[in-house]
Design a binder for this molecule. Sequence first.
Ligand SMILES: *Cc1c(COP(=O)(O)O)cnc(C)c1O
Length: 477
Amino acid sequence: MDRDTATATTRTDRAAAGRTGEDARRRLPRTDAVLADPRLAGATGRLGRALVKSVVTEAQERARRGEIPPESVADAAVAALPRTAGGLRPVLNATGVLLHTNLGRAPLSRAARDAMSAACGPTDVELDLATGARSRRGASALAALAEAVPPAEAAHVVNNGAAALALAASALAAGKEIVVSRGEMVEIGDGFRLPDLLVSTGARLREVGTTNRTTAGDYAAAIGPDTGFVLKVHPSNFTVTGFTRSASVAELARLGAPVVADIGSGLLRPEPVLPAEPDAATWLRAGAALVTASGDKLLGGPQCGLLLGRADLVRRLARHPLARALRVDKLTLAALEATVRGPAAPVHTMLHADPRRLRDRAEHLAAALRGAGLDARAADSAAAVGGGGAPGVTLPSAAVTLPEEYAPALRLGTPAVLGRVEDGRCLLDLRTVPEEDDDTLAEAVRRAGRGDAGGSGRGGGEPDGGQDSGEAGQEGE
Ligand SMILES: *Cc1c(COP(=O)(O)O)cnc(C)c1O
């Protein structure tokens, strides 16, 4: 009996839903008709027909589900068109983490973006236009690096910092030993550990010292005919305090074996705001034979790995078979050179932002949002470098705070906005938001307040909630 009743109820519901469903289906515009809308037809040249069609199909589905009237299918599709055919969506980084790994680390400067755009077509990346002959790949980017770091005799660029270390280990220590302190056997993030990377190249690790203390004498005792190089790794994502000791690059350089020094962050010269961060010029002057670094951390450029130092060693690296597998593309070289030669990168601007100015912006934004009826407040905040740089350093900052429920709505808006959730409030930290984006940020918050994702683009949909503990979540690098 129960079962029959349940069946009857379901049948009645379905009949009701079927009537509106049938009606909606009858009024549902055909795909071809929607695609003929000039706004959508115009977008096919930019995005491709298949992509525009999938957006139309999704809008038709929404109409079929009764979420929008059938007459709005074209409008909904236009609103949902992605900005580009690429799947990556721009995100406003309001986390207060300057180099957010999940957001692709350093944002590029306008100069770097322009340089990439100019290099998109055929370009002289490996050709000397004066002679018409083949030239060294990326010669001008390499020259820019060498000029920016005077003690570097030569430079080479690979895919990322890990690739730089892998190439150094392969070319200089395969079948030999890398002497490294037990205090510098680090995990760089997402489960990737430098010791595993080094061993995978065929080098052997010769561990010296202890987790908290390693002296130059420990290294000296381990150096011998089997030594490929001594490795010095900057502990870029953790700090060890208390009873600690480590050997300086200058001390290690006096031991006779070449010193490969991994600075991590990519600072080319000292950064006064971050006195504890090593830089390439200083460590080379101290006697490092090679310095390795990432291009997309504190240098503020594209993802790449830098190798700077002795000309003979750089030549060996560049000639190693693996170099070909790790080489970077013309877009990376263009962006890197523009970052090195051009105006200050955004990460530099963020690092040097005046906290009073940040507070003024927060007050101004919060007042404007309150004027629109939102529960917005200005608050002091603490930003961090992140992405494997300056562990333990907090940068005084200011934020606009909103009720926690804004976090998922902001994340799903266009542009997406990523804040961080603290003490039941959604914080939008302004140190990582370029000032010229303040209006865009305010508009995104207003739309989130109205429950309007603003043309959610592909993959947009219901706020999913429940994932906010990971907001701005940062796991290693
Ligand atoms: C970030 C980092 C790496 C890895 O560089 P990627 O560019 O992420 O490959 C290696 N060593 C140190 C010290 C780092 O900080």
